[in-house]
Write a protein that binds this ligand. Sequence first.
Ligand code: SAH
Ligand code: SF4
Length: 410
Amino acid sequence: MTLSFDLTAEGARDALRAGAVPEKPSLIGLTRAELGEALVASGIVPERQAKMRAQQLWHWMYVRGVSDFSGMFNISKDLRAELDKHFTVARPQIVEEQISADGTRKWLFRFPPRGAGRPVEIETVYIPEEGRGTLCISSQVGCTLTCSFCHTGTQKLVRNLTAEEILAQLLTARDRLGDFPDRDTPDGAIVPAEGRKVSNIVMMGMGEPLYNFEAVKKALLIASDGDGLSLSKRRITLSTSGVVPEIFRTGEEIGVMLAISLHATNDDLRDLLVPINKKYPLKELIAACRAYPGLSNAKRITFEYVMLKDVNDSIDDAKGLIKLLKGIPAKINLIPFNPWPGTNYQCSDWETIEKFADYINNAGYASPIRTPRGRDILAACGQLKSDSERMRKVDRLALEAMMIAGHGEA
Ligand code: SAH
Ligand code: SF4
């Protein structure tokens, strides 16, 4: 069973409303200090109250998940009305929500153009599993990089997402799953039996997060703030294709778990698969991994390795992989390649993947094959509308496959 809700009619009304009034700045995605400054600059909060008001709003936005000032009961009615005149804490428009039989959910969000010419659309995927629920978040619309097996790489970068838009993916997913205090989870939803519905996040959606460093950093620091969304940094994984100069900063300034899209163990092949390798070759990438702040057996780096038939899937490749990662506290994630229309690559045979995995298991790395999820909503995504510069249907298919197959293990 696949459920799909087209929310465009409601969205169109929102868009009309939004068209009538200039867009109000959102308070989501600001640091506490910026939040206080925004309140003071608007003239509705005196300087001496800025810190206290910022703290109040922080609680409502990130602990209670309130998306309308009217729900902020310990703030006076007059101040709530003033806040509403100047700012917003509203959620973005959900164009579509799809629910797979296995509980995987996928949202298509629409954000304002913000310099891109037209509104932009991105997808966020929720993957419930025994004991945890992982949200796969996008950081850019499109990608500047051109990994040859990835269809997102064929779509030009439209723009970076803002910190607000990155967080909005998490807040809205939690809304839809009833994952805030005093909210009900929708009937029949598949979520972890206990604890938080979204317990983990992975920056493994569209885009290269380290090419949007500042916004990603801001959003992840808010997501992990102990007085707010409170996700443990060990349950947040950022995946990069290998933007070496930003890797140390990721550990130092954000402090989340790192995943590397490795996919090849020698420069000649990696140059072809992940062209950023020409700029930052394996030697530099591996050195940056070894120097990753906080690295230990309890805090390992995940190395993602897409299984491409007759390209990188031989036992010699497996040997190369073990040799390359020697001495680095590492997890290995083998991702069966998700084919897309027009690609020249094929997924390795299952037997080959198992042999490769066995070799890696024998070398001391536990169960590394990632099982694809939510296949049925991939099939159903032909229903998605495509009428702007945003992704064509084939691009979206490949992206969804990538997000669902590549989600992390933290
Ligand atoms: N841009 C970042 C984040 C994307 S994460 C990065 O490259 O790390 C998604 C993971 O899925 C990456 O490891 C990516 O290389 C991989 N991937 C991309 N296209 C894929 C495909 N068609 N099949 C399987 N995995 C794919
Ligand atoms: Fe961009 Fe990652 Fe796809 Fe490479 S794999 S093109 S970095 S999204």
